[in-house]
Design a binder for this molecule. Structure first.
Ligand SMILES: C[S@@+](CC[C@H](N)C(=O)[O-])C[C@H]1O[C@@H](n2cnc3c(N)ncnc32)[C@H](O)[C@@H]1O
Length: 309
Protein backbone atom coordinates (compact mmCIF):
# COMPACT_ATOMS: atom_id res chain seq x y z
CA UNK A 1 0.00 0.00 0.00
CA UNK A 2 1.97 3.05 -1.13
CA UNK A 3 -0.85 5.60 -1.19
CA UNK A 4 -3.39 4.35 1.37
CA UNK A 5 -5.98 6.90 0.25
CA UNK A 6 -6.50 4.80 -2.91
CA UNK A 7 -6.51 1.27 -1.59
CA UNK A 8 -9.60 -0.11 0.07
CA UNK A 9 -9.40 -3.36 2.05
CA UNK A 10 -12.98 -4.53 2.51
CA UNK A 11 -11.84 -7.54 4.55
CA UNK A 12 -11.31 -5.08 7.42
CA UNK A 13 -14.92 -3.87 7.16
CA UNK A 14 -17.72 -5.98 8.54
CA UNK A 15 -20.86 -4.67 6.90
CA UNK A 16 -21.69 -6.05 3.48
CA UNK A 17 -22.64 -4.92 0.91
CA UNK A 18 -20.47 -1.84 1.46
CA UNK A 19 -21.82 1.64 1.95
CA UNK A 20 -20.13 3.50 -0.91
CA UNK A 21 -21.75 6.85 -0.11
CA UNK A 22 -20.06 6.70 3.28
CA UNK A 23 -16.73 5.48 1.87
CA UNK A 24 -16.55 8.31 -0.71
CA UNK A 25 -18.35 10.86 1.46
CA UNK A 26 -20.82 11.74 -1.31
CA UNK A 27 -23.72 10.31 -3.31
CA UNK A 28 -21.93 10.31 -6.69
CA UNK A 29 -22.59 7.69 -9.38
CA UNK A 30 -20.73 4.40 -8.97
CA UNK A 31 -18.50 3.28 -11.87
CA UNK A 32 -16.59 0.01 -11.59
CA UNK A 33 -13.65 -1.34 -13.62
CA UNK A 34 -12.68 -5.02 -13.55
CA UNK A 35 -8.99 -5.84 -14.00
CA UNK A 36 -7.64 -2.24 -14.16
CA UNK A 37 -4.14 -3.47 -15.03
CA UNK A 38 -1.58 -0.71 -14.57
CA UNK A 39 -4.31 1.88 -14.08
CA UNK A 40 -3.98 3.90 -17.30
CA UNK A 41 -7.71 3.79 -17.94
CA UNK A 42 -8.53 4.48 -14.27
CA UNK A 43 -6.33 7.61 -14.28
CA UNK A 44 -7.83 8.86 -17.54
CA UNK A 45 -11.42 8.01 -16.65
CA UNK A 46 -11.40 9.54 -13.17
CA UNK A 47 -9.67 12.71 -14.42
CA UNK A 48 -12.28 13.09 -17.12
CA UNK A 49 -15.28 12.23 -14.90
CA UNK A 50 -14.63 14.04 -11.63
CA UNK A 51 -18.25 13.63 -10.49
CA UNK A 52 -18.16 9.81 -10.37
CA UNK A 53 -16.98 7.42 -7.67
CA UNK A 54 -14.64 4.94 -9.37
CA UNK A 55 -13.93 1.49 -7.90
CA UNK A 56 -11.35 -0.76 -9.56
CA UNK A 57 -10.60 -4.45 -9.02
CA UNK A 58 -7.28 -6.18 -9.73
CA UNK A 59 -5.53 -9.39 -8.70
CA UNK A 60 -1.94 -8.29 -9.35
CA UNK A 61 -0.06 -6.51 -6.55
CA UNK A 62 2.41 -5.05 -9.04
CA UNK A 63 -0.46 -3.52 -11.03
CA UNK A 64 -2.00 -2.21 -7.82
CA UNK A 65 1.21 -0.31 -6.98
CA UNK A 66 1.58 1.09 -10.52
CA UNK A 67 -2.06 2.18 -10.62
CA UNK A 68 -1.79 3.95 -7.27
CA UNK A 69 1.23 5.90 -8.55
CA UNK A 70 -0.73 6.98 -11.64
CA UNK A 71 -3.73 8.12 -9.63
CA UNK A 72 -1.45 10.09 -7.29
CA UNK A 73 0.36 11.75 -10.20
CA UNK A 74 -3.00 12.80 -11.68
CA UNK A 75 -4.21 14.21 -8.34
CA UNK A 76 -7.25 11.88 -8.34
CA UNK A 77 -9.69 12.13 -5.44
CA UNK A 78 -12.56 9.94 -6.63
CA UNK A 79 -11.05 6.45 -6.89
CA UNK A 80 -10.70 3.37 -4.70
CA UNK A 81 -8.73 0.29 -5.76
CA UNK A 82 -9.33 -3.18 -4.36
CA UNK A 83 -7.02 -6.19 -4.57
CA UNK A 84 -9.56 -8.97 -4.90
CA UNK A 85 -11.14 -11.33 -7.40
CA UNK A 86 -13.58 -9.09 -9.25
CA UNK A 87 -16.15 -11.89 -9.46
CA UNK A 88 -16.35 -12.01 -5.67
CA UNK A 89 -16.17 -8.25 -5.20
CA UNK A 90 -18.91 -7.34 -7.65
CA UNK A 91 -21.27 -9.85 -6.07
CA UNK A 92 -20.47 -9.10 -2.41
CA UNK A 93 -19.57 -5.40 -2.16
CA UNK A 94 -22.45 -3.73 -4.01
CA UNK A 95 -26.10 -3.39 -3.01
CA UNK A 96 -28.91 -4.19 -5.41
CA UNK A 97 -29.41 -1.55 -8.14
CA UNK A 98 -26.37 0.48 -7.12
CA UNK A 99 -23.80 0.49 -9.97
CA UNK A 100 -24.23 3.03 -12.79
CA UNK A 101 -21.57 1.60 -15.08
CA UNK A 102 -19.26 -1.40 -15.16
CA UNK A 103 -16.30 -1.61 -17.53
CA UNK A 104 -14.05 -4.48 -18.48
CA UNK A 105 -11.16 -3.76 -20.83
CA UNK A 106 -9.36 -6.78 -22.25
CA UNK A 107 -10.12 -9.59 -19.81
CA UNK A 108 -7.71 -12.51 -19.85
CA UNK A 109 -9.67 -14.87 -22.15
CA UNK A 110 -8.42 -18.15 -20.64
CA UNK A 111 -8.73 -20.09 -23.90
CA UNK A 112 -8.24 -23.60 -22.65
CA UNK A 113 -11.15 -25.60 -21.24
CA UNK A 114 -9.02 -26.43 -18.22
CA UNK A 115 -8.73 -22.67 -17.48
CA UNK A 116 -12.34 -21.78 -18.27
CA UNK A 117 -13.25 -21.65 -14.56
CA UNK A 118 -11.13 -18.48 -14.29
CA UNK A 119 -13.13 -16.50 -16.87
CA UNK A 120 -14.99 -13.51 -15.54
CA UNK A 121 -17.65 -12.83 -18.16
CA UNK A 122 -19.63 -16.05 -17.91
CA UNK A 123 -23.36 -16.78 -17.57
CA UNK A 124 -23.35 -16.33 -13.82
CA UNK A 125 -21.67 -12.92 -14.18
CA UNK A 126 -24.75 -11.63 -16.01
CA UNK A 127 -27.00 -12.78 -13.14
CA UNK A 128 -24.86 -10.82 -10.71
CA UNK A 129 -24.82 -7.84 -13.07
CA UNK A 130 -28.61 -7.88 -13.35
CA UNK A 131 -28.80 -7.42 -9.58
CA UNK A 132 -26.04 -4.91 -8.84
CA UNK A 133 -26.43 -2.63 -11.88
CA UNK A 134 -29.02 0.15 -11.68
CA UNK A 135 -31.92 -0.09 -14.12
CA UNK A 136 -30.52 1.23 -17.46
CA UNK A 137 -27.06 0.88 -15.95
CA UNK A 138 -24.45 -0.08 -18.55
CA UNK A 139 -21.87 -2.83 -18.90
CA UNK A 140 -19.13 -2.31 -21.49
CA UNK A 141 -16.77 -5.09 -22.55
CA UNK A 142 -13.82 -4.47 -24.86
CA UNK A 143 -11.75 -7.42 -26.08
CA UNK A 144 -9.49 -8.54 -28.91
CA UNK A 145 -11.10 -12.00 -28.83
CA UNK A 146 -14.13 -12.18 -31.09
CA UNK A 147 -15.33 -15.51 -29.63
CA UNK A 148 -15.24 -13.99 -26.14
CA UNK A 149 -17.38 -11.03 -27.23
CA UNK A 150 -19.82 -13.38 -28.99
CA UNK A 151 -20.10 -15.63 -25.94
CA UNK A 152 -20.76 -12.60 -23.72
CA UNK A 153 -23.34 -11.30 -26.22
CA UNK A 154 -25.16 -14.64 -26.22
CA UNK A 155 -25.07 -15.02 -22.43
CA UNK A 156 -26.41 -11.49 -21.93
CA UNK A 157 -29.19 -12.03 -24.49
CA UNK A 158 -30.19 -15.45 -23.15
CA UNK A 159 -30.45 -14.14 -19.59
CA UNK A 160 -33.30 -11.82 -20.63
CA UNK A 161 -32.09 -9.17 -18.18
CA UNK A 162 -30.46 -6.80 -20.68
CA UNK A 163 -30.96 -4.69 -23.76
CA UNK A 164 -28.00 -5.90 -25.82
CA UNK A 165 -26.30 -3.90 -28.58
CA UNK A 166 -24.71 -5.60 -31.58
CA UNK A 167 -20.99 -6.18 -31.18
CA UNK A 168 -19.01 -3.27 -32.64
CA UNK A 169 -15.82 -4.06 -34.56
CA UNK A 170 -12.91 -1.63 -34.13
CA UNK A 171 -14.97 1.04 -32.37
CA UNK A 172 -13.55 4.57 -32.11
CA UNK A 173 -12.40 4.99 -28.50
CA UNK A 174 -11.15 8.24 -27.09
CA UNK A 175 -8.68 6.47 -24.79
CA UNK A 176 -6.77 3.28 -25.58
CA UNK A 177 -5.65 0.98 -22.78
CA UNK A 178 -2.18 -0.58 -22.68
CA UNK A 179 -3.47 -3.87 -24.08
CA UNK A 180 -5.53 -2.10 -26.69
CA UNK A 181 -2.49 -0.20 -28.02
CA UNK A 182 -0.52 -3.44 -28.08
CA UNK A 183 -3.12 -5.34 -30.08
CA UNK A 184 -3.63 -2.47 -32.50
CA UNK A 185 0.14 -2.46 -33.12
CA UNK A 186 -0.19 -6.14 -33.94
CA UNK A 187 -3.04 -5.39 -36.34
CA UNK A 188 -5.66 -7.23 -34.31
CA UNK A 189 -9.33 -6.33 -34.46
CA UNK A 190 -10.99 -4.97 -31.33
CA UNK A 191 -14.58 -5.84 -30.33
CA UNK A 192 -16.90 -3.90 -28.05
CA UNK A 193 -20.14 -5.08 -26.47
CA UNK A 194 -22.52 -2.81 -24.57
CA UNK A 195 -25.54 -3.98 -22.60
CA UNK A 196 -28.04 -2.16 -20.37
CA UNK A 197 -30.04 -3.66 -17.52
CA UNK A 198 -33.78 -3.86 -18.12
CA UNK A 199 -34.74 -6.60 -15.65
CA UNK A 200 -33.45 -7.86 -12.33
CA UNK A 201 -32.46 -11.46 -11.55
CA UNK A 202 -31.64 -13.19 -8.27
CA UNK A 203 -28.34 -14.07 -6.63
CA UNK A 204 -27.12 -15.57 -3.38
CA UNK A 205 -24.45 -13.56 -1.62
CA UNK A 206 -21.88 -15.22 0.63
CA UNK A 207 -21.20 -12.36 3.02
CA UNK A 208 -23.91 -11.25 5.36
CA UNK A 209 -24.33 -7.88 6.93
CA UNK A 210 -22.57 -7.59 10.30
CA UNK A 211 -21.03 -11.07 10.28
CA UNK A 212 -19.61 -12.09 13.66
CA UNK A 213 -16.00 -13.10 14.13
CA UNK A 214 -16.22 -16.88 13.74
CA UNK A 215 -15.16 -18.73 16.86
CA UNK A 216 -15.85 -22.03 18.61
CA UNK A 217 -15.42 -23.12 22.24
CA UNK A 218 -15.14 -26.72 23.41
CA UNK A 219 -13.20 -29.48 25.11
CA UNK A 220 -10.50 -30.98 22.91
CA UNK A 221 -8.27 -34.04 22.79
CA UNK A 222 -4.84 -32.46 22.35
CA UNK A 223 -3.28 -35.41 20.55
CA UNK A 224 -5.77 -34.91 17.71
CA UNK A 225 -4.45 -31.40 17.03
CA UNK A 226 -1.24 -32.42 15.25
CA UNK A 227 -3.06 -35.12 13.29
CA UNK A 228 -5.02 -32.40 11.51
CA UNK A 229 -2.07 -31.44 9.30
CA UNK A 230 -2.83 -32.22 5.65
CA UNK A 231 -6.49 -33.08 6.21
CA UNK A 232 -9.03 -31.91 3.67
CA UNK A 233 -12.68 -31.25 4.49
CA UNK A 234 -15.42 -30.82 1.91
CA UNK A 235 -19.13 -30.08 2.15
CA UNK A 236 -21.40 -28.74 -0.64
CA UNK A 237 -19.46 -25.95 -2.38
CA UNK A 238 -17.09 -25.41 0.56
CA UNK A 239 -13.68 -26.98 0.96
CA UNK A 240 -10.72 -26.36 3.24
CA UNK A 241 -7.35 -27.92 3.90
CA UNK A 242 -5.24 -27.68 7.05
CA UNK A 243 -1.88 -26.89 5.43
CA UNK A 244 0.10 -26.87 8.66
CA UNK A 245 -0.14 -26.94 12.44
CA UNK A 246 2.29 -25.01 14.67
CA UNK A 247 2.70 -25.25 18.45
CA UNK A 248 3.68 -22.23 20.51
CA UNK A 249 7.21 -22.72 21.90
CA UNK A 250 6.61 -21.36 25.40
CA UNK A 251 2.88 -21.81 25.77
CA UNK A 252 -0.14 -23.97 25.03
CA UNK A 253 -1.52 -22.32 21.88
CA UNK A 254 -1.60 -23.86 18.42
CA UNK A 255 -1.85 -22.11 15.05
CA UNK A 256 -3.47 -23.73 11.98
CA UNK A 257 -2.63 -22.55 8.49
CA UNK A 258 -5.80 -22.96 6.42
CA UNK A 259 -6.67 -22.62 2.74
CA UNK A 260 -10.40 -22.57 2.07
CA UNK A 261 -12.58 -22.11 -1.01
CA UNK A 262 -16.19 -21.20 -1.60
CA UNK A 263 -16.63 -22.37 -5.20
CA UNK A 264 -13.81 -20.54 -7.03
CA UNK A 265 -13.04 -18.05 -4.27
CA UNK A 266 -9.94 -19.15 -2.33
CA UNK A 267 -8.49 -17.60 0.82
CA UNK A 268 -5.45 -18.25 3.02
CA UNK A 269 -5.57 -17.54 6.75
CA UNK A 270 -4.58 -18.68 10.24
CA UNK A 271 -6.70 -19.96 13.10
CA UNK A 272 -5.50 -19.89 16.69
CA UNK A 273 -6.44 -22.48 19.33
CA UNK A 274 -5.80 -21.63 22.98
CA UNK A 275 -6.93 -22.94 26.38
CA UNK A 276 -9.46 -21.04 28.43
CA UNK A 277 -10.77 -21.76 31.92
CA UNK A 278 -12.39 -25.11 32.92
CA UNK A 279 -10.61 -27.29 30.34
CA UNK A 280 -12.29 -25.38 27.52
CA UNK A 281 -10.39 -24.31 24.42
CA UNK A 282 -11.17 -21.45 22.04
CA UNK A 283 -10.65 -21.61 18.27
CA UNK A 284 -10.86 -18.39 16.29
CA UNK A 285 -9.33 -16.39 13.46
CA UNK A 286 -5.83 -15.28 14.31
CA UNK A 287 -5.62 -11.51 14.65
CA UNK A 288 -2.92 -11.40 11.94
CA UNK A 289 -5.20 -12.74 9.22
CA UNK A 290 -8.30 -11.17 7.85
CA UNK A 291 -10.16 -13.36 5.40
CA UNK A 292 -13.67 -12.49 4.27
CA UNK A 293 -15.97 -14.38 6.60
CA UNK A 294 -17.45 -16.61 3.93
CA UNK A 295 -19.34 -19.84 4.68
CA UNK A 296 -16.13 -21.87 4.12
CA UNK A 297 -14.18 -19.75 6.62
CA UNK A 298 -16.89 -20.03 9.27
CA UNK A 299 -17.28 -23.73 8.60
CA UNK A 300 -13.52 -24.36 8.96
CA UNK A 301 -13.68 -23.01 12.54
CA UNK A 302 -16.75 -25.05 13.45
CA UNK A 303 -15.54 -28.24 11.77
CA UNK A 304 -12.06 -28.23 13.29
CA UNK A 305 -13.51 -27.82 16.79
CA UNK A 306 -15.89 -30.71 16.09
CA UNK A 307 -13.00 -32.93 14.96
CA UNK A 308 -10.92 -32.05 18.01
CA UNK A 309 -13.63 -32.91 20.52
C1 LIG B 1 -5.10 -8.45 -20.17
S1 LIG B 1 -4.97 -7.49 -18.72
C2 LIG B 1 -5.81 -5.97 -19.18
C3 LIG B 1 -5.43 -4.81 -18.32
C4 LIG B 1 -6.12 -3.49 -18.65
N1 LIG B 1 -7.54 -3.57 -18.43
C5 LIG B 1 -5.82 -3.07 -20.07
O1 LIG B 1 -6.75 -3.10 -20.90
O2 LIG B 1 -4.68 -2.69 -20.34
C6 LIG B 1 -6.15 -8.28 -17.65
C7 LIG B 1 -6.04 -7.82 -16.19
O3 LIG B 1 -7.11 -8.41 -15.44
C8 LIG B 1 -6.61 -8.85 -14.18
N2 LIG B 1 -7.50 -9.93 -13.72
C9 LIG B 1 -7.60 -11.18 -14.22
N3 LIG B 1 -8.53 -11.90 -13.56
C10 LIG B 1 -9.04 -11.06 -12.62
C11 LIG B 1 -10.03 -11.20 -11.61
N4 LIG B 1 -10.69 -12.35 -11.44
N5 LIG B 1 -10.30 -10.14 -10.81
C12 LIG B 1 -9.61 -8.96 -10.96
N6 LIG B 1 -8.68 -8.77 -11.91
C13 LIG B 1 -8.39 -9.79 -12.71
C14 LIG B 1 -5.20 -9.31 -14.48
O4 LIG B 1 -4.39 -9.30 -13.31
C15 LIG B 1 -4.76 -8.28 -15.53
O5 LIG B 1 -4.13 -7.16 -14.94
Amino acid sequence: MIYPEFELKPQFLNKFPLNWDEIFGNYGPIHVELGFGNGEYAAYYTSKNKNINYIGFELSITSMVKAQRKLKRNGIKNAKLILCDARFGVREFFSDDSIDKLIMNFPVPWYKNSQAHRRIIIKDFFNVLSVVLKYNGEFELVTDQEWYAIEAYENAKESGYFKVNDIEKNPKREFLTRYEKKWIRFNRDIFRLKVWKIKKGKITRLLRSEDDMPHAVGKITEQKVLELKGQVFKEDNKIFVVKNVYKEVNGDAYIFKIISSDDEFTQHYFLVLYPKEKMKWVLKLDSESNPYRTPAVKWSVKKIMEVLE
